[in-house]
Design a protein around this ligand. Sequence first.
Ligand code: NCD
Length: 305
Amino acid sequence: MAHLLGNDALKRPFIEAILNKASHFLTLGLQCSSHRQILRGKTVANLFLEPSTRTRISFELAAKRLGADVVNFEGASSSMQKGETLLDTFQTLEAMECNAVILRHQEAGCCAFLAQHTKSDAVLINAGEGTLAHPTQALLDLLTIHQNKKTFEGLSCAILGDVANSRVAHSQILGLRAMGVQDIRVIAPEFFLDKDFLDAHQVVSYTSLREGMEGVDVITVLRIQQERLAKRLEGNDLRAYSSEYALTESKLAFAKPGVIVMHPGPMNRGVEIDEAVAEGPHARIQEQVFYGVATRMAVLTYCLS
Ligand code: NCD
C-alpha cells in the first residue's frame, strides 16, 4: 500500500513501473474481464473539490475496470457547505472503510496533510493540487510520449502557454527530467514564466514561439489558468496573447515533421490552440485521454496492492 502524494513520487523506477503496468493493461485491453479481480472488494472514493472532467471520470472508470466499488463526492452538495473541514470529510470516508481517496484540491500540500492524519490504511492519491502537482497527468503524458516515440532518449520536449500557473507543466517537467530528457523547453510570455522553478530544473525558456519550437519532437499546449490569475486575461490582451502564442498549423511547421501535439484538456480552441491543430494529424489529445484510463488503472493497482 502506498500513497501518491505529489511530485516527489516522480522518480524513474516508479515511472517505469507505472508505464509497464499501463502497457500491460493496454495489451490485454482495458475492458478485459480478468482485470476485475484486481481490486475486488476495495472501495475508491473520488474527492474532487475543483472542477474536473477527464481526471475524475478516468479514475472512476479505472477503478471500475479493476472491480472496485466507487463513490463520487460532490463538494458542492456535501456537508463541506455546512462548514465541515477537509480533514473531517476525509476521516468520514475512512470510517466508511474507503481504501483509496483520490483528492483534487486548490491548495498545495493538502494530500500530504491528510496523509499525516490517516487513521486507517487508506491510501491518498493526488489528482491535482493547486499549481504545484498533478502526478497522474505527468504519468499519462509520459505514457503518451513513450507510446509514440518508443524512447525518451534524445527527445526535445516543449511546453507552451501558462506554465507558471500550471500543475500539469510542473509535474511534466519533473517527470521528463526523471526519465533523462535533456532538452526541456517552455514557451510563453514573461508573465507566464516562473523563473525560480524553471531555473531550479534547468528548463530553457523562450518568449519567441518560433525559436522555442525549432526542432521539437513533443509540444504540450496549456490552457490559460484564468481562475488562478490575479486579473483575468481578457479583451485585447487575450487577443494579443492568442495571435502570438496560439498554436496554429503554420507555427507547428517550425517543429520536427513528426512532432506530436498534446494538451491535458480542457481546451479553449482559438485561444491557446487552433481547431486545425487540435483536430490535425499531429494531435494526440484524444489518445492522452485513452491512456489516462490505463495510467490510472496502473496507479490504483500500484497504490492498493
Ligand atoms: C488540467 C488540470 O486540472 O490541472 N486538466 C486535467 O487534469 N486534465 C489542466 C487545466 O485545468 O487546464
